[in-house]
Design a protein around this ligand. Sequence first.
Ligand SMILES: *[C@@H]1O[C@H](CO)[C@@H](O)[C@H](O)[C@H]1NC(C)=O
Ligand SMILES: *[C@@H]1O[C@H](CO)[C@@H](O)[C@H](O)[C@H]1NC(C)=O
Length: 127
Amino acid sequence: MQFRLLSTVLTAASIVAVSAQTQTGTLFNFVPGLGACGFTNTSTQIVASVSAHTFSTFPGATPNPNNNPICTHSLKITHNNVTVTAPIVDFFTATGVDSNVGLSAAGFVKFAPLSDGIVPGVVWQIV
Ligand SMILES: *[C@@H]1O[C@H](CO)[C@@H](O)[C@H](O)[C@H]1NC(C)=O
Ligand SMILES: *[C@@H]1O[C@H](CO)[C@@H](O)[C@H](O)[C@H]1NC(C)=O
């Protein structure tokens, strides 16, 4: 009973720590499919990807990406008064900057036309 109580407190504390961090990076259009979290998503769904480093260093991550606790979190991205919150479903390696973030087409177009390719200077956090 006491152990269970302690672990609940620790979980709550780590969620607060994760949520507090905001970063600034470049948003790109991510094309979903079968992602690292084990979900199969499409471009018409609003889903997000983070860098391989952000994914693999998330608290609780193990070698099995399907079980990564980050898969139960979302990416909250803000730029020019627009905010989109999308479930994290995958990581990327091709655009290897850790502060970059990917959004499927349905989410990307809330910030810019797809033809823009990228949106620099978005502020994001894991929530
Ligand atoms: C992503 O795909 C999973 C099924 O693999 C589904 O449960 C989930 O709702 C999808 N996410 C979105 C935002 O549609
Ligand atoms: C953001 O919203 C504020 C308040 O509504 C407005 O004054 C500002 O011009 C907006 N900025 C942009 C980039 O749309």
